[in-house]
Write a protein that binds this ligand. Structure first.
Ligand SMILES: [Mg+2]
Length: 410
C-alpha cells in the first residue's frame, strides 16, 4: 500500500455518539428511542448529555432541568452513573489499543489514534475505521463516529461532520475546499470568546482567517494569532499523545460549583483562597512544588476559560499560590456572574528535602506542615483562614474536564 508514506500521517478520531445517554438507553430497554437527558445529582444540575431523540426536540447540553422540560415535556431525566461510563470507556480503550499503541484518550468518550504505522496490518484507513466501529458495536452495543485525516484538527472535524454513526475521511488535498466556507467556531480550539473577537474584526470563515493579516491577529491574540491562521488552513502538527506519555507537567486542581452565582470580586477571592488551600495541601501531601498557577472560571452561561501565571520560582505554600491566583482574578475582567471556580497548579517538581534558599521559606514550610498536621488529625478544615469561616457547604460535581484516571487533565 504505497499511497501512505511515513511522512504523511494518518490520524483517526473516535467520538462516541451521545455517550452517557446511549449507555443508559442500552441498559434500560424502557428508555430506548425515547427523549432522555442525563443529569447530575445536585440541585443546580444541568443536562450533561441527551439522547438524539431529545436533541431533535431542542434539548441541549447545559440546559437546566426546567428549561429542558419546558422545551420537551416528555423528557425523561436519568441520573448520571459515572462508574458505568468509566467501565465502558475502559472497554473502548482496550479495543482501540488492539489497532494501534499510539492512542490518546482525550476524554471519557473521545480518543485519537495514530494509525500511520498500522495501515499495512489492517488495511486502508477507512477499513480500519469501519473495523473499529464494528468492534465497539459488537462488544458494547454502542455507536460512535470516526473521522480520519492527516492530523488531529482535521480528524476531529471529520468525525463531527458525520454524526451520529459517521465514518468520514478528509484527505490532505481536500482540506482546503472543505474549510473554505466553514465558520471559524467549527474548528476545534476556537471557543465562543475567540469567535467573538474574530467576528468583531470581520473574520467569520476559515478562508477569511487563513488570509488574515498576521500582524493584526498577533495584535489581538499574541503568539496564538499565528496558530489560529495555521488552524484555518487545516495545519496542525500536534502529535497523538499516548497514554502514559503525557508531558510530565501533570496538574493538581480543585474546582467547585458555587452555591449561587457571584459577581463580586471579594467573594470570588474567598473561594479562590479556599481552593488554593485545598490544592496546596494536596501538593504538600504528595511532596510537590509547582511553578504555574491557573484559575478556571465558568460563567453562569457555561462559558469556561482559564488564565495561568508562571511563577518566578517553585512553591507549595498556600499563601503564595493564593496570591498568584488572586492576581489572576484581579486582572480578569468578569463580564458575567460566575458559576464555577477552579484553581490548578502545574509544572510540578518533587520538593527537594530541607534545603531552603530563604529563611522565610523554611518558616512557611514549617507553618504549613503544622497546619496540615492539625487538619489531618481533626479532619476537614479545623485550622483555616479567618475569611473562610463563614462559608457554606458547596457541591462538588464532576466537571466536563474530568478524564478517566491516568489521562490528560485540563
Ligand atoms: Mg461524544
Amino acid at each position: 500500500m504505497g499511497i501512505y508514506t511515513m511522512t504523511e500521517r494518518v490520524v483517526l478520531h473516535m467520538d462516541m455518539d451521545a455517550f452517557f445517554a446511549s449507555v443508559e438507553q442500552r441498559d434500560n430497554p424502557e428508555l430506548k428511542d425515547k427523549p432522555i437527558a442525563v443529569i447530575g445529582s445536585n440541585e443546580r444540575t444541568v443536562v450533561v448529555t441527551s439522547s438524539y431523540e431529545a436533541r431533535g426536540l431542542g434539548v441541549k447540553t447545559g440546559m437546566n432541568k426546567f428549561e429542558a422540560k419546558r422545551i420537551c415535556p416528555h423528557l425523561i431525566f436519568v441520573q448520571a452513573n459515572h462508574e458505568k461510563y468509566t467501565r465502558a470507556c475502559q472497554k473502548i480503550v482496550k479495543i482501540l489499543y488492539t489497532f494501534s499503541p499510539d492512542l490518546e484518550v482525550y476524554s471519557i468518550d473521545e480518543s485519537f489514534l495514530d494509525i500511520t504505522g498500522v495501515i499495512h496490518l489492517f488495511g486502508e484507513p477507512l477499513t480500519i475505521g469501519r473495523k473499529i466501529k464494528d468492534a465497539i458495536k459488537e462488544n458494547l452495543q454502542l455507536s460512535c463516529s470516526v473521522g480520519i485525516a492527516p492530523n488531529k484538527l482535521l480528524a476531529k472535524l471529520a468525525s463531527s461532520h458525520h454524526k451520529p454513526d459517521g465514518l468520514f475521511q478528509i484527505k490532505e488535498n481536500e482540506a482546503q475546499a472543505l474549510l473554505k466556507d466553514l465558520a471559524v467556531e467549527e474548528l476545534w480550539g476556537i471557543g465562543r470568546r475567540t469567535k467573538e473577537v474574530l467576528n468583531s474584526i470581520g473574520i467569520f470563515t476559515c478562508a477569511q482567517l487563513a488570509g488574515a493579516d498576521t500582524l493584526l491577529l498577533k495584535a489581538r491574540f499574541g503568539t496564538w494569532g499565528e496558530s489560529l491562521k495555521n488552524m484555518a488552513r487545516g495545519k496542525d502538527d500536534s502529535s497523538v499523545m499516548p497514554y502514559g506519555y503525557e508531558p510530565k507537567a501533570r496538574s493538581i486542581g480543585h474546582s467547585m460549583t458555587l452555591p449561587y452565582d457571584i459577581r463580586n470580586q471579594e467573594e470570588v477571592l474567598k473561594y479562590i483562597l479556599e481552593l488554593s488551600d485545598l490544592v496546596a495541601r494536596r501538593m504538600r501531601r504528595e511532596n510537590f512544588s509547582c511553578n504555574t498557577v491557573a484559575v478556571i472560571f465558568r460563567y453562569n452561561d457555561f462559558q469556561t476559560f482559564s488564565h495561568q501565571k508562571k511563577l518566578a520560582y517553585a512553591t507549595d505554600d498556600t499563601r503564595r499560590i493564593y496570591l498568584h491566583a488572586a492576581a489572576i482574578v484581579k486582572k480578569t475582567f468578569l463580564t458575567k456572574p460566575i458559576r464555577l471556580l477552579g484553581v490548578s497548579v502545574s509544572g510540578l517538581i518533587k520538593a527537594q528535602g530541607e534545603s531552603f534558599l530563604f529563611e522565610e521559606d523554611r518558616r512557611l514550610t514549617n507553618l504549613n506542615k503544622a497546619l496540615d498536621l492539625v487538619n489531618e488529625r481533626f479532619g476537614g478544615a479545623a485550622v483555616t483562614f479567618a475569611s473562610l469561616v463563614n462559608h457554606k457547604e458547596y457541591d462538588k460535581v464532576i466537571s466536563p474536564s474530568w478524564r478517566p484516571s491516568g489521562t490528560k487533565k485540563y
